[in-house]
Design a binder for this molecule. Structure first.
Ligand code: PMP
Length: 423
């Protein structure tokens, strides 16, 4: 038994599927201690949108650390924080006409969600929050209370209250008109659903099976929230920072949420950082009312600002992500075509293949690992093979990963895959 098994808690998960010791990484490749190379279609669960050890971010980080500048500062003012805020305003908020205040909660996605829920309740004076089937928002009690997965919910150990789960887009496979239940529940005073403070939604369900909400569905939801004076929270922790093709995943739908949660790739380098954005009128926090020791993570501000500066100043990065997205979706469509009932799910570089038999996805992910590719599964039964390559991956590496995935699918399903090169 190695130290990981003898000392580390049973709670560990990824290291069970990928049982090797990873030592180095560069771009879209990871290297294990025993010298094997693995192509990365996982990207740190979305924390590594710009790849591993990206030199564009590494150099300013190393320079910063060697310069004697501040590393830890709670929420004190530093030049690194100033530069991050200025860059975020100039390159992300202003060009999109978004007027948001920026809050730094604790440095993880769940911290951002907790802050969003707390603020929505504080602003409206209401307790109830609506979420969606198969949503995933994090593992602390507030974010778990708006998460769908029953196994994760059971881990709470206490009742998860003051929330209700509504059908996400596609939950009834198109058999129910959009928002039939939600609209009725909000409008009928006998529905038993208390008027909510907020609705929290992912535009693509990263953990819950890669269902992607249609733009029209998101617009319908935003409209319903507006009609009923309910705050709309978009959790862009996984789908944000370019993952679906635009910086915010809701841009395509043309909606403006009241509150937005960001984390994972906002530092760009895999360093912990989270933001909660909200319309200025909602900023009724009292100083220190929501606090945390690790909010001012200056190295993350440095890499975060460098990532925005390098990749988001003009539209070229977005165009290259669009090209990679079509390549990925074409490849996945060919892989899915081999199996009855298999379909492609997701949007942009957050996409995968749903298999009617949940064991198939699990087996394909394991077979891919044996062949040198990291892919995980998603969905309540792990029924979707989920691919999330770096947005900076080369078309050649993307093709290589698709070839491995196709070969793994053939081994597991016994069905041939006609994978033409999509480069
Ligand atoms: N929201 C979404 C949509 C997520 O995908 C995740 C993480 N998978 C979280 C919140 C929680 O983020 P963290 O693990 O950093 O707490």
């Amino acid at each position: 038994m190695d130290i990981f098994e003898s000392l580390e808690s049973e709670v560990r998960s990824y290291c069970r599927s990928w049982d090797t010791v990873f030592e180095r990484a560069s771009g879209s490749s990871l290297y294990s201690e025993d010298g094997r190379e693995y192509l990365d279609f996982f990207s740190g669960a979305g924390a590594l949108n710009y790849g591993h050890n990206n030199p564009v971010l590494l150099q300013p980080l190393v320079d910063y650390l060697l310069s004697g500048a501040i590393v830890h500062s709670l929420d004190m003012k530093t030049p690194a924080k100033r530069r991050f805020l200025e860059t975020f305003r100039e390159l992300i908020l202003e060009p999109r006409n978004l007027d948001y205040k920026v809050m730094f909660p604790g440095p993880t996605g769940t911290n951002s969600v907790e802050a969003a829920l707390k603020l929505a309740r504080k602003v409206t004076g209401r307790q109830h929050v609506l979420s969606f089937t198969n949503a995933f928002h994090g593992m602390t009690l507030g974010s778990l209370s708006v998460t769908g997965n029953s196994m994760k919910r059971q881990g709470a150990g206490v009742p998860l209250t003051n929330t209700s789960s509504m059908p996400y887009d596609g939950f009834f496979n198109g058999q129910m008109p959009d928002f039939l239940w939600l609209r009725q529940a909000l409008e009928d005073r006998g529905s038993g659903i208390d008027k909510p403070a907020a609705v929290i939604v992912e535009t693509v369900q990263g953990e819950g099976g890669l269902r992607a909400a249609r733009a029209s569905w998101l617009r319908g939801l935003a409209e319903l929230c507006r009609e009923h004076d309910i705050l709309l929270i978009v959790d862009d922790v996984q789908a944000g920072c370019g993952r679906t093709g635009t910086f915010f995943s809701f841009e395509e739908a043309g909606i403006t949420p009241d509150i937005v949660c960001l984390s994972k790739s906002i530092s760009g380098f895999g360093l912990p950082l989270a933001l909660t954005l909200f319309k200025p009128g909602l900023d009724i926090w009292k100083p220190g009312e929501h606090n945390g020791t690790f909010r001012g993570h200056n190295p993350a501000f440095v890499t975060g600002a460098a990532a925005l500066e390098h990749y988001w100043r003009d539209g070229s990065f977005q165009s290259s992500v669009a090209g990679l997205s079509s390549q990925l979706h074409e490849g996945l469509t060919q892989i899915a075509a081999g199996v009855e009932g298999a379909t492609v799910r997701g949007r942009g570089l957050l996409a995968g293949v749903y298999y009617p038999n949940p064991e198939t996805a699990e087996k394909i992910a394991a077979e891919s690992f044996a062949r040198g590719l990291l892919v995980e599964t998603s969905g309540p039964e792990g029924e979707v093979v989920k691919t999330m390559p770096a947005l900076t991956i080369s078309p050649e590496d993307l093709q290589k990963g698709l070839d491995i995935l196709a070969a793994a699918a053939v081994t597991v399903t016994g069905e041939p895959v006609a994978l033409g090169s999509t480069i």
